[in-house]
Design a binder for this molecule. Structure first.
Ligand code: NAG
Ligand code: NAG
Ligand code: NAG
Ligand code: NAG
Length: 288
């Protein structure tokens, strides 16, 4: 177990060091490496997925299975659960570069597209999550029922004082914590990212799951944009106040599944975070 951690951390820090340009002075090597990896990623991965099944050789078949398991980041599983209901018996595997096969137990129930739709979440105006874990239409309704609103929007897996308190404490470093754990997702898979989040953020098990699923979604939907932004040390927000490409991709393609799962995020809990933009409205609790 510890050897595995040591190995994973070694690989993580080596990759980070390369990404952070600390291994070379003029960074030509890094740019070259990044270029080679990009070419491999852009050319080989689609190629292996685009081969028709009937002409595939054993080699092509092997590449395809690697691509399915390694480069899917559990996206098909999440997509199938999203489309067919988040049941424990629904699973998905990658069929093609843009397609997933969905199963209920072992029964094939459909083939769906792998990419999420662009659908950024909007804060519902007529919902808040009460401290008793019940959704209320307004803060007043929560107050008249003898409780108070914990956060804006519907309740979810992070709708607890404990998790919201952690969002508050880590408001200035959660983006870097979760980026680090997301890199572990890309390199070593979901379990590694879960462990990373548990050790560094210590959110509840259910809330951690939402964050880790979001990392898998980012890896599947936004990997190239996020790798570029990370390597170039791009700020979270652009000068005009909009999100950088990576965070904008996350919000547009992965934000909705995340907020449905988590319920509470920083903004909905009234916490100003490291990714806030001037035009954002931060939810406010009024005393009752
Ligand atoms: C008020 O709270 C009770 C339990 O304490 C709950 O059963 C009821 O649904 C709540 N009312 C509303 C309007 O949510
Ligand atoms: C966050 O922490 C600050 C103190 O650091 C506190 O004043 C504020 O009320 C907290 N916000 C929430 C939403 O818990
Ligand atoms: C994040 O910031 C908080 C508060 O400044 C600190 O207690 C915590 O150790 C930091 N976590 C990491 C992983 O840097
Ligand atoms: C990033 O943000 C900091 C302050 O938040 C600013 O000083 C710096 O110029 C920004 N960098 C870029 C490339 O916009």
């Amino acid at each position: 177990m510890h050897q595995m951690d040591f190995f994973q951390n070694s690989v993580y820090y080596t990759v980070s060091a390369i990404a952070h340009r600390s291994l070379c002075k003029d960074c030509l090597m890094n740019k070259l490496l990044f270029f080679i990896i990009s070419v491999l990623y852009i050319c080989i991965v689609p190629f292996t997925f685009c081969l028709p099944y009937d002409v595939e050789t054993k080699f092509q078949y092997a590449l395809k299975s690697i691509g399915r398991d390694w480069l899917d980041y559990d996206q098909c599983d999440r997509r199938c659960k999203w489309v067919y209901g988040n049941s424990l018996t629904i699973t998905g595997t990658r069929l093609h570069i843009h397609e997933c096969e969905c199963y209920n137990k072992l029964q094939l129930i459909g083939i769906i597209k792998r990419d999420n739709d662009y659908d950024p979440p909007v804060m519902p105006k007529t919902a808040c999550c009460g401290a008793d874990g019940i959704n209320y239409p307004t803060q007043e309704a929560a107050c008249t029922n003898g409780t108070y609103a914990l956060h804006g929007g519907y309740c979810g897996a992070c709708s607890s004082h404990e998790d919201i308190n952690i969002f508050n404490i880590t408001r200035n470093n959660m983006t870097s914590i979760s980026t680090k754990c997301a890199v572990k997702y890309v390199l070593f898979g979901k379990n590694s990212a879960t462990k990373c989040m548990t050790n560094t953020a210590a959110l509840s098990v259910e809330c951690t799951e939402c964050w880790v699923e979001n990392m898998g979604c980012d890896a599947a939907q936004c990997l190239t944009l996020c790798a570029i932004d990370r390597i170039l040390h791009v700020n979270n927000t652009k000068p005009d106040g909009s999100l950088n490409d990576c965070l904008a991709c996350d919000e547009g393609y992965c934000g909705k599944p995340f907020i449905v799962c988590a319920g509470a995020n920083r903004r909905r809990s009234g916490i100003t975070s490291d990714i806030d933009r001037p035009q954002d409205t931060i939810w406010k609790r009024y005393a009752c």
